[in-house]
Design a protein around this ligand. Structure first.
Ligand code: ADP
Ligand code: MG
Length: 215
């Protein structure tokens, strides 16, 4: 997983978030404050601009993820900005700790995703089943860990992770929100998708597609 792949992923994510921003905002309007698409569009737009301007003076994947995490934390706003920023920082730190600083096997990929998702859970004091982004992210990590244990390649593991994230996002529909703004609605949160779970699935699908494209 090269720095070029990470940069390609972030660009693809930015364009898909731009395309989905109204949908993401509508999902958040139903059970939150209607800004999720706006928040992510602002943050990923800033990231895209910084990549295009050559602002990140590194080609190494770990440091690039750390810089991306700082940008997201500083520009997204809302709960999701802090949480996605933390995920990127933790992923970058996990990569930087390894000799070579890059993901080569799907087992390594699973360890990086696990570090990122554990960072979200710790910051959000949350766990799966509470109708948050973790309901997409945790199944994705579990799928990736299973793929890693059987030794499939990184692109296939990411494909399975994205499938699991999309299923997890769909499965937020009947859940009762107990974390974040949606929890203020109590039972009225039931019957809606969690916006952060939907955006998490989008981000993982973009990563899988970027990897499949050989970036
Ligand atoms: P805000 O809620 O501050 O308006 P956003 O609308 O951008 O921020 O993001 C909302 C999303 O953040 C939710 O749909 C949920 O997935 C996620 N979220 C909120 N609080 C938590 C938490 N404590 N743990 C995990 N995810 C959370
Ligand atoms: Mg919101």
């Amino acid at each position: 997983m090269s720095g070029a792949l990470i940069a390609g992923w972030l660009r693809l994510a930015a364009s898909r978030i731009a395309a989905e921003r109204v949908h993401l905002t509508e999902l958040d309007a139903a059970i939150g404050d209607g800004d999720h698409g706006i928040n992510l569009h602002r943050g990923f737009g800033a990231l895209e601009a910084r990549l295009a301007a050559g602002d990140f003076a590194t080609d190494a994947p770990g440091p690039l993820l750390v810089l991306a995490g700082r940008t997201i934390t500083g520009t997204v706003g809302g709960a999701s900005g802090a949480l996605y920023g933390r995920a990127l920082l933790r992923a970058g730190a996990a990569l930087e700790a390894w000799p070579g600083g890059s993901v080569v096997t799907s087992a390594q990929l699973a360890a990086v995703l696990r570090a990122a998702v554990d960072g979200v859970a710790a910051l959000g004091r949350s766990r799966p089943g509470e109708k948050t982004m973790l309901d997409a992210l945790v199944p994705a990590v579990v799928a990736c860990e299973a793929a890693g244990a059987t030794g499939v390649d990184v692109a296939s593991a990411l494909h399975r992770a994205a499938d699991a994230a999309e299923a997890g996002a769909r499965d937020t529909l009947p859940l009762l929100a107990t974390k974040g703004r949606a929890s203020y609605l109590g039972e009225r949160s039931i019957g809606h998708l969690d916006p952060g779970a939907v955006s998490s699935a989008l981000l993982l699908r973009a990563l899988a597609d970027a990897a499949a494209g050989g970036a």
